[in-house]
Write a protein that binds this ligand. Structure first.
Ligand code: PHE
Length: 344
């Protein structure tokens, strides 16, 4: 019996030493110390031994079981440590490697230009009217007739304006001036309104012209509004938008819905006024049309033109952005080339 116990111990020690994984050590534990193991069978048989043998074999069995357990625990510890350090090694993170960066989007230069324009005018007491109040698909009445365009005006021609095929009087608005009529129909003076949006013209696309572009319309109607107010407000706008030192000039012009009418030119940023391709050699680029609202327009919407007067303006957003950021081709705004867009 004693010999058998010693054999069991030796066998266990050999197997423990040979074990290479935690799983193997678990199996060895079951095999030697488990309920069905030989050691346990011997211990269960002790009660049948002679009174002299009982304590001797009992002690020896306990001692051997204890020794085997200690060995198993030691080996378990050692294997566990080895496994952990191997894991740490293989799952090591190199924190000095640079991360995978996600590109950030930026605001489109036209959006930020519109926001800049709007906030300058809001600072002068104008309120923003959302695009939804002056539709891009518009009737001939709001785009032309109510704005005092005579029936045979060349701008109404199919060559300049996109008409819809289905409804004869429906068109894509060629100017944001429809918002003047739409707003004045709804609200009565005093009014100070700013209204940005898209407009469409049937023109040959070039570095300076696109079929789709953006305008910001603005107008003010009140008692005693004069041409001096128009000049003061638009000068203040160009000063804030371009800075004090950029030369600008007023030029007389004509629009059916304003009298007198003017245009404002800004010195070309590409050539500093010397003349280049972008400004067709003139040194200047037009940024807006404006004027005192024609009494006929006020009459069309039942505003008493003896009591009230006003001025209106419409500025080209692309032109303003080109002149501010030195962009020499309008098409860049619409090509969605990230190399261009990420500069803003
Ligand atoms: N609607 C004109 C254009 O598109 C600009 C303008 C607006 C002129 C308001 C006068 C007053 O050219």
């Amino acid at each position: 019996m004693k010999n058998r116990l010693k054999e069991i111990k030796n066998q266990a020690i050999i197997e423990i030493n040979d074990a290479k994984t935690l799983e193997e050590i678990e199996n060895i534990k079951v095999k030697f110390l488990g309920r069905k193991g030989e050691l346990n069978t011997i211990r269960r048989g002790i009660k049948d031994l002679s009174p002299e043998e009982k304590p001797v074999i009992g002690d020896l069995a306990n001692k051997i079981a204890g020794e085997i357990e200690t060995k198993i625990n030691e080996k378990h510890q050692a294997l566990y440590k080895a496994e952990i350090s191997e894991k740490l090694q293989s799952e090591k993170i190199d924190i000095t490697l640079s991360g995978a960066s996600k590109p950030f989007g930026t605001q489109h230069p036209l959006t930020s230009t519109i926001n800049d324009i709007v906030s300058i005018f809001q600072g002068m007491g104008f309120s923003l009217v959302e695009n939804i109040n002056s539709p891009e698909v518009e009737t001939e009445y709001y785009n032309f007739d109510a704005l005092n365009f005579p029936p045979d005006h060349p701008a109404k021609d199919m060559q300049d304006t996109f008409y819809t095929l289905n409804a004869p009087n429906l068109l894509l608005r060629s100017q944001t001036s429809n918002s003047q009529i739409r707003e004045m129909e709804k609200k009565s003076p005093p009014l100070r309104v700013i209204s940005p949006g898209r407009v469409y013209r049937s023109e040959a696309v070039s570095s300076r012209k696109n079929n789709l572009f953006h305008q910001v319309e603005g107008f003010m109607v009140d008692k005693d509004v004069t041409f001096g107010d128009l000049k003061g407000i638009l000068n203040e706008f160009t000063r804030q938008f371009f800075g004090q030192s950029r030369p600008t000039r007023f030029r007389t012009s004509f629009f059916p819905f304003t009298e007198p009418s003017v245009e404002i030119d800004v010195q070309c940023i590409m050539c500093q006024g010397k003349g280049c391709r972008t400004c067709s050699g003139t040194g200047w680029l037009e940024i807006l049309g404006a004027g005192m609202i024609d009494p006929n327009v006020l009459k069309n919407i039942n505003i008493d033109s003896d009591t009230y007067s006003g001025f209106a303006f419409g500025m080209g957003v692309e032109r303003l952005a080109m002149l501010k950021y030195a962009i020499n081709d309008i098409r860049l705004f619409f090509n969605n080339d990230v190399r261009f867009l990420e500069q803003f």
